[in-house]
Design a binder for this molecule. Structure first.
Ligand code: PMP
Length: 371
């Protein structure tokens, strides 16, 4: 039996092959007599799982050698505090500049106020977060310790298709990106990034692991109040095992990385293959929405997200009927975030093109039925 197509924004659908492999290895990992959940994080077996996961991730994202990969806990929201706790003191003013393009970067800016002089350098709030403010107009401060943005706003469906070149804007601060809902959907230009963080529960694996990729020179500047378990220096020195890491989540992430490495699209493989597929998936849905009379996506075309596509029904009284009909066809979790209403289709790596086609077919039927 085919599984339904799951459009959840996160925790989100996982590749079926990964779930099957995890199920097969649940009671006995590779003849060890133990399931991964039952292993000491200090033992050889788990250390090999963790090292392989890191190596595969580095390969997939072409992480340069002067960046450290950390598997942490607390999710994206904990990083909203952990990043300033570690980076605010890079410069004495503890100034931090935020580019706000939706709910998640807005939350990041608010949280950072506790740890220093956090300020909004630019915001798309006037337009209801439907576009990205032009980088030339960002109010970046010379004494800022870092500049933060969210490279894909999961709720508003706004994505940076190119990261800003801060140096070209006359700013020497490192760029911090929250790539929770973008990670592994496309390559990362590390020459423009100082630190990237993201929760696992969209494109990596189960909730519980937080991925941090951080340039080495940004490590070792934590404020004295920073909890030891959240001090990047201690986490890095202990290879993400300063305290017990989320072992099962790291294992599942590792299986996803291996699945990703095996993906092919024409001549492309890995993340490049996923990007090609993700472009095709997003285009299919946006083109249909733009051509329809019933559905609307309000985001400016140059920053529409490939991963999270919010859309409204022009007749909102039909929302419940739309969702019930979708569910009946095996199209799950399409309800939009409560703060923006309507619908949202999340098209992470595990969503095949066939799933998006099934959604478009349903949306067309629903619209015609209604007329
Ligand atoms: N940042 C982004 C872009 C997100 O989408 C989310 C969760 N949807 C978060 C941060 C918060 O992550 P968590 O719930 O893991 O703390």
């Amino acid at each position: 039996m085919n599984r339904p197509y799951n459009f959840s924004a996160g925790p989100a659908a996982m590749p079926e092959a990964v779930l099957r492999q995890a199920a097969a290895e649940m009671l006995d990992w590779h003849g060890s007599g133990m399931g991964v959940m039952e292993m000491s994080h200090r033992g050889k077996a788990f250390i090999s799982i963790c090292e392989q996961a890191e190596a595969d991730l580095r390969e997939l994202l072409a992480v340069p050698p002067n960046f450290r990969v950390l598997f942490m806990q607390g999710g994206g929201l904990a990083e909203n505090a952990i990043v300033p706790l570690n980076l605010a003191a890079l410069k004495p003013a503890r100034a931090m500049d935020f580019v706000v393009t939706g709910s998640w970067s807005q939350k990041s800016a608010k949280e950072a106020e506790k740890y220093g002089d956090a300020r909004v350098a630019a915001t798309g709030s006037d337009g209801g977060f439907t576009s990205i403010p032009d980088a030339q107009g960002w109010q970046l401060r010379a004494n800022a310790s870092y500049v933060h943005l969210c490279s894909n706003e999961t709720i508003h469906g706004v994505e940076f298709h190119q990261l800003p070149d801060l140096a070209a804007l006359g700013c020497d601060a490192p760029l911090v990106i929250d790539f929770s809902s973008q990670v592994l959907s496309r390559p990362v230009d590390w020459s423009r990034v100082g630190l990237a963080f993201g929760g696992a529960q969209k494109n990596i694996g189960p909730a519980g692991v937080t991925l941090v990729v951080v340039r080495e020179d940004l490590i070792g500047h934590a404020l004295p109040v920073c909890p030891s378990a959240f001090d990047y220096r201690l986490v890095a020195e202990n290879h993400s095992m300063y305290n017990t890491p989320p072992t099962y989540g790291i294992y599942m992430a590792g299986l996803t990385f291996q699945w990703l490495k095996a993906q092919r699209e024409g001549d492309l493989s890995g993340v490049a293959a996923m990007e090609a597929r993700n472009i095709a998936k997003a285009r299919l849905l946006y083109d249909f929405i733009d051509g329809s009379q019933l559905y609307v996506n309000p985001v400016a075309p140059d920053c529409r997200s490939r991963m999270n596509i919010p859309f409204l029904l022009r007749d909102e009284s039909r929302n419940d009927a739309f969702l019930a009909g979708a569910q009946a066809r095996g199209l799950l979790q399409l309800k939009g975030h409560k703060s923006v209403g309507g619908m949202r289709a999340s098209l992470y790596n595990a969503m095949p093109l066939e799933g998006v086609q099934a959604l478009v077919d349903y949306m067309r039927d629903f619209e015609q039925h209604q007329a």
